[in-house]
Design a protein. Structure first.
Length: 483
């Protein structure tokens, strides 16, 4: 048995039947010669009393040296780690394709466990992006490089690329649960999402006036359904999500209590508390005897399914071409902050289950904190540079400033300086609102949660990076606000 080199393989005899010539220096590495003259490299080993063979490639496209390296690696795994490459190959041949996984994912997971709006988004991602890209590729064979190629193929639509990546990640997690992939082998884990910039569009008083005039014009002239106009008013006055108002039923409405009792929403069942103006809007909406929905559609018993078309017309009339329907919800939140409502209260009104979600409005509530910081800074500056008026009493305080002969205790000043050092105002974080150094946690939110009696254990659970020093800094800010 010679060593299988390029020259040796080229000159192997062609016979009437195929045969295998094994390498002299690497047991188990061989070359099969076919009657057609084609030559294929392979490895051969025994597993559980059976002879197993795995093809390494055809001679020509695969050189003898490359085939030898592959054989050395695979045979080493067979002998050293008890691997079975042939079994892995057979399993891969029998494994499910991405197309089949997508169908199972939609039927057994999405249809059963997801809300209707989520079902639509998941189905769109699978059918428009994931399945056309991977097609019949085997689930077990998908690796990080494949996922990276998929993600980059959608680079022109980065938001959709990130959404599709999230759906594929969930599919691969379920593939592990269903035994279609090895545990902890999700190929999506190392893929970095494209940067996303959260939109924060709020309507000013002038824009609200223009919107109100446009709504009234469309309502009085009959150019749009009065139900569509009422829907936009309710979205603005309640802060509800589009689907919550669009599918609202009269059975959920408690006008005397001023509440909407929604059996389901994005965050589960919830109660929406209504202001007097929202109640007035609801009382003015005609109830149809054959339709349980508040925002009645054209078909009997249905709700108005398309609010985007009338919104585009109304916003154009109002000169608000860049305003989305969801921005009405943001405007409701910003209105609450402008009136002095705390972020925890805003979160309750919007139905947020995570306090971090409400943090996007933190920069709107930063003015009181900045005023308190100015007050403290001015006080310290007065101590550093006291008035030079010789007639002034040097032992007294002027206008509340810290006098030079009555400085605060050094320990208190040290704590104050330490607290201030933990707080930064970075324009790239929360719109420049004060945040704790090295985090994205708004100081004002922690202040308000402390004022509401939040337990320290709950705060640390919601904000894992929150330290005792940060909590002390938040309390110092609270004292500044109260000053």
């Amino acid at each position: 048995m010679p060593k299988l080199t390029k020259s040796v393989v080229e000159h192997l005899e062609v016979r009437s039947k195929d045969y295998i010539l094994f390498d002299a220096s690497l047991p188990g590495f061989g070359c099969r010669v076919m009657p057609s003259g084609k030559r294929f490299f392979l490895i051969q080993y025994r597993r559980n009393g059976r002879t197993r063979r795995v093809a390494l490639g055809q001679f020509g496209p695969t050189t003898a040296e490359i085939a030898r390296q592959q054989a050395l690696r695979l045979l080493g795994q067979v002998k050293g780690a008890g691997a079975d490459p042939a079994a892995d190959r057979d399993l891969d041949r029998q494994s499910t394709t991405i197309t089949d996984l997508g169908k199972r994912f939609l039927e057994q997971h999405v249809a059963v466990r997801c809300k209707r709006s989520t079902q639509s988004e998941y189905r769109r991602a699978v059918e428009l992006f994931i399945t056309p890209f991977f097609k019949t590729q085997r689930v077990r064979g998908v690796n990080s490089a494949d996922v990276a190629d998929f993600h980059s193929s959608l680079s022109k639509i980065p938001y959709q690329a990130n959404r599709a990546l999230g759906v594929l990640r969930k599919m691969m997690n379920l593939a592990e649960v269903w035994g279609l992939r090895d545990k902890h082998s999700n190929p999506c884990e190392d893929i970095e999402k494209y940067p996303e910039v959260k939109r924060e569009r709020f309507l000013s008083k002038g824009e609200l006036k223009a919107l109100g005039e446009a709504l009234t014009a469309y309502e009085t002239t009959g150019r749009e359904s009065l139900y569509a106009v009422a829907a936009f008013r309710l979205l603005l006055l309640t802060g509800c999500r589009l689907g919550e108002i669009q599918t609202l039923k009269w059975s959920y409405v408690e006008l005397d209590a001023g509440e909407l009792r929604l059996p389901d929403s994005k965050t589960g069942a919830k109660v929406v508390h209504l202001g007097a103006s929202a109640v007035t809007i609801l009382r003015g909406i005609p109830r149809l005897p054959d339709n349980p929905h508040v925002i009645a559609g054209k078909k009997p018993g249905s709700y108005l399914t398309d609010l985007q078309r009338p919104w585009r017309k109304i916003r154009e009339t109002a000169g608000l071409d860049d305003v989305r329907i969801h921005d009405l919800r943001h405007t409701f939140a910003s209105g609450g902050v402008a009136l002095g409502e705390g972020l925890p209260m805003i979160g309750k009104l919007l139905g947020h289950t995570q306090v971090q979600t409400t943090a996007r409005y933190a920069h709107l509530a930063s003015d009181p904190v900045k005023a308190a910081a100015t007050k403290i800074a001015d006080s310290l500056a007065a101590a550093l540079h006291p008035p030079s008026d010789s007639g002034a009493n040097s032992n007294s305080k002027a206008d509340g400033a810290i006098g030079p002969t009555t400085p605060p205790p050094s320990a208190s000043l040290s704590r104050l300086r330490a607290a201030l050092d933990l707080i930064v105002e970075d324009p790239g974080l929360n719109g420049g609102a004060p945040t704790f150094r090295g985090t994205r946690v708004p100081v004002s939110m922690i202040v308000e949660l402390l004022d509401d009696g939040a337990a320290l254990a709950d705060l640390r659970q919601d904000f894992p990076r929150l330290t005792d020093n940060m909590i002390e800094a938040a309390r110092a800010y609270a004292r500044m606000l109260a000053a």
